[in-house]
Design a protein around this ligand. Structure first.
Ligand code: PEP
Ligand code: MG
Length: 436
């Protein structure tokens, strides 16, 4: 038995940022060292995602996780006790084999995510280093360019507007801490503008202002005004990034914009998005089309070559195979990486490696249901993903992650590297996204 031998794996019920049950896992080592992780939960989910195991009983609207906890405390503990915690890949394959379903439905994507991340944390703790350092394995690291929500929408705001995330990217910042300071001013300015316009109504699931807008485009106008009011130049200090989350309102090539009372076909949808990119300083769009609309993805990415980061979230669901297929198709030029879409750290890393091989941008992302767990910040830094999306600039489950980034930046000293604007795929000359 060595100091990194797993003694026990323990699950417990904790609560996420929506007040729903979720699973926390402790991986305890023979040495007494421990790693801990909490599974997040999505609201706008791709059909290819690992599924959460929920009890489906009367309690907590069917959301309880007692079955997931039982899986951790008995079969998973029995299987992993005595194993070397440093062998992340072998442990993750073992979990995948135990589950033996394509969508992780037997043990639960939530169960596997929490166990896999807790294994990574325990391995780092056994080595006496933070998770990012454990993952970096001696390579130089770069702090990620943040993508920060100002207005929430879609499934995170009762469908009040159709578009899910209206975000800013502080592309003119030189450091991670500067980037956050810029966004703090934009968030504050947006709040002032919303108040002046009589549109203040609290915040959505990820902390962005609740979107009391008459049209989806009104939110874009307000975002540009907020950047200006913060004393920044739209398009050079801070740019706009959108998550359309189009699978939420699109199917079979048709898109229903409920707020505006109109339905668009895939060409109409593309025209609207191109017009927005022409009119506003937008540098990145996630899930512009539904996950079943491959031809629209391919045509749009071609039309936007050299101008835009096109991110697959529901379209790729953190799957290395899907990333590979999208690279062959040129259907997008970036991937959102959510560990609980894949189920394990190893599969998430495989999706990142595939994306990097294809010249794609890589964005590590939180979910709309979150907790105080900050592991994803460490993944973004340790894997040099280049970009990080964790929601808005409010609510402590979000701020815990931004603040963790600040601590990592400080620990790297005055010469820490920051991934600025040039991390976007269309800004990298030889990359799949082309040149400007
Ligand atoms: C997203 O769609 O990018 C997102 C973070 O939302 P959710 O977690 O609800 O999928
Ligand atoms: Mg998304």
């Amino acid at each position: 038995m060595t100091t990194s031998t797993i003694r026990r794996v323990r699950g417990r019920r904790v609560w996420d940022s929506r007040g729903r049950p979720t699973i926390e896992v402790d991986v305890e080592l023979a040495s007494g060292v421990r790693g801990r992780a909490i599974a997040p939960a999505g609201a706008s989910r791709g059909s290819g995602e690992a599924v959460d195991l929920r009890d489906g009983t009367e309690r907590f609207g069917g959301q309880d996780v007692m079955m997931a906890i039982a899986h951790v405390n008995k079969p998973i503990t029995m299987r992993l006790a005595g194993r070397d915690v440093q062998d992340q890949q072998a442990i993750d394959y073992e979990l995948i084999e135990m589950d033996a379903t394509p969508e992780k439905s037997k043990l639960g994507g939530n169960t596997l995510t929490a166990v896999s991340l807790a294994v990574a944390q325990a391995a780092a703790a056994a080595n006496g280093v933070p998770l990012w350092k454990h993952l970096a394995q001696g390579r130089e690291v770069t702090l990620p360019l943040p993508e920060i929500q100002i207005f929430g929408g879609g499934a995170h705001a009762g469908q009040r507007v159709d578009i899910q995330d209206f975000m800013v990217m502080p592309i003119g910042a030189w450091t991670f801490s500067d980037a956050l300071a810029m966004v703090a001013e934009i968030y504050r300015a947006a709040g002032d503008l919303m108040r002046d316009a009589g549109k203040i109504a609290g915040v959505a699931d990820e902390g962005g202002y609740w979107p009391l807008f008459a049209s989806n485009e009104d939110a874009l106008e307000m975002l540009v005004r907020a950047i200006e009011k913060a004393g920044l130049r739209p398009g050079s200090d801070a740019a706009i990034s959108l998550d359309i989350a189009a699978s939420q309102f699109g199917r079979d090539g048709r898109y229903r914009l409920a707020l505006e009372g109109r339905e668009l076909d895939r060409d109409g949808m593309a025209e609207m998005l191109v017009r927005w990119v022409d009119r506003y300083p937008i540098v990145s769009i996630e899930d512009p089309f539904a996950e079943d609309d491959r031809i629209a993805w391919i045509a749009f990415t071609k039309a936007m070559a050299g101008r835009l980061q096109v991110i697959g979230d529901d379209y790729l669901t953190t799957s290395a195979e899907r990333v590979e297929a999208a690279a062959v198709d040129h259907a997008c030029n970036a991937v959102l990486l959510k560990p609980n879409q894949a189920g394990t750290v190893t599969e998430t890393k495989a999706a990142l490696d595939m994306a990097r091989k294809a010249g794609f941008g890589t964005i590590v992302s939180a979910r709309s249901g979150e907790s105080e767990d900050t592991a994803i910040v460490h993944l973004a830094v340790g894997w040099n993903a280049g970009q990080l999306k964790v929601g808005s600039f409010a609510r402590s489950e979000r701020m815990a992650k931004w603040n963790e980034g600040l601590r990592i930046e400080e620990s790297l000293g005055p010469h820490s590297q920051f991934a600025g604007f040039d991390v976007l795929p269309f800004r990298r000359p030889a990359a799949a996204g082309g040149t400007r």
